[in-house]
Design a protein around this ligand. Structure first.
Ligand SMILES: Cc1cc2nc3c(=O)[nH]c(=O)nc-3n(C[C@H](O)[C@H](O)[C@H](O)COP(=O)(O)OP(=O)(O)OC[C@H]3O[C@@H](n4cnc5c(N)ncnc54)[C@H](O)[C@@H]3O)c2cc1C
Ligand code: SF4
Length: 348
């Protein structure tokens, strides 16, 4: 029997893992619950990617076409894992949805990704109540479909506020971790907005700016120096609405003064949470979760794609917040980890 593998989740991490496994000579079944491949990049129509302002559609085309053209990869979209039975290092996996069948594989890569934090869970932002308060993912959709407008009346906004750390680093909502990409994504979005709104006031309300590593110059400084974006160190206590405008109430923690400022449009940099699919799959494969609900890695330092269960690997945001570049890199690493694992079993 040729060695067969399964990748669950067809986002950037899963697409890369499937391509790598096929290049290494394995048969791959790629299972995606949506009717399309590409994960969050496709779902929210990311046009321009942080950190290098490259094209989202071009990246997607590259990742998806490579998988669709590979003869050793069978793709099932609109399909989910119904049940898993493991015996003698072989997984018997029942698929359901558009496809009803059982498949036996020797190794599985879980690449089931993240969900956006839903800001309606934290009443202070007025999300869902005030139409001009939107999320970063909704702004990506608006940037793709254009033009940028206030959902309440269709007008072009002349003042835009971004609020950082929504649903992240927040004990009250239960997410104590940093989502890692939202500072940089917001800076990228603010720079994109500047092209469409040359005269608008664009303000970022932050606790800390974590455009870490090489992103500091290209995003944090460039957004200020080239796009005139203003950073305000401040905690937002609440958003209210006055005369049809969202009003930010909070405290500027650098000058130690309270503020109450109206904006035309407010963008919530909502963080990442383990996706429902990640939690469900972890249960079906009986893989432990770490304390925040992401899939637990056996050793984040040695090889972050190995789980505590033999034959089960993880790639991308299913094991914690990360950017596309790291998610894709983990797809490769997971493929190599599967190779080592299966090679060792053949030579036993
Ligand atoms: C607003 C926003 C903008 C961003 N912009 C950028 C950017 O410009 N640059 C950047 O580097 N990063 C960006 N990111 C981060 C980026 O979206 C992630 O790094 C990337 O999508 C992670 O890929 P992934 O494959 O791990 O997960 P996902 O993209 O979430 O893909 C997971 C896939 O698994 C599928 N799935 C889930 N459960 C199941 C199941 N049970 N069965 C089958 N399939 C399942 C999902 O449908 C999905 O297709 C952004 C994030 C946000 C929130
Ligand atoms: S990346 Fe920035 S906005 Fe996102 S949680 Fe971390 S500090 Fe907050």
């Amino acid at each position: 029997m040729s060695q067969s593998t399964m990748v669950v989740g067809g986002g950037p991490a899963g697409l890369q893992a499937a391509a790598t496994l096929s290049r290494l000579g394995f048969t791959v079944t790629l299972v995606e619950k949506e009717n399309f491949l590409g994960g969050a990049v496709a779902r929210h129509h990311y046009q321009v990617l942080m950190p290098d302002f490259s094209s989202g559609p071009e990246l997607l085309q590259h990742l998806v076409q490579r998988v669709e053209k590979a003869p050793q990869i069978t793709v099932y979209t609109g399909t989910e894992v119904a049940s898993v039975f493991e015996s003698h290092d072989l997984f018997d996996i029942e698929l359901t949805g558009k496809v009803h069948r059982n498949i036996q594989v020797q190794a599985v890569v879980l690449a089931t990704g993240f969900d956006h934090f839903d800001p309606a869970r934290d009443g202070k932002y007025g999300y869902g109540l005030f139409p001009d308060v939107i999320t970063g993912a909704e702004l990506e959709d608006m940037l793709a479909k254009g033009p940028i407008h206030r959902p309440s009346n269709g007008a072009s906004p002349q003042s835009v506020a971004f609020i950082y750390c929504v649903g992240s680093r927040d004990r009250q909502v239960g997410n104590t971790y940093c989502s890692r990409v939202c500072c940089a994504v917001s800076a990228k979005q603010a720079m994109e907005l500047r092209h469409q709104l040359p005269k608008a006031r664009i303000s970022m309300f932050y606790m800390d700016v974590r455009t870490y590593g090489l992103w500091e110059d290209t995003l944090y400084w460039r957004s200020q120096e080239e796009a005139g974006v203003v950073y305000v160190k401040g905690r937002i206590a609440e958003i209210t609405e006055q005369q049809g405008h969202p009003v930010l109430k909070g405290e500027d923690t650098l000058v130690r003064g309270p503020f109450e400022w109206p904006f035309d449009l407010v963008v919530l940099a909502a963080g990442m949470e383990p996706s429902r699919g990640t939690r469900e799959l972890a249960q079906k494969f009986q893989v432990p979760l770490e304390s925040h609900g992401f899939i637990k890695r056996a050793s984040p330092i040695q090889n972050g794609t190995i789980t505590e269960n033999h034959g089960i690997f993880v790639a991308g945001t299913a094991s914690g917040p990360k950017a596309i570049e790291d998610s894709i890199a983990e797809g490769d690493v997971a493929g190599l980890a599967v190779f080592e694992y299966l090679k060792a079993r053949v030579t036993l």
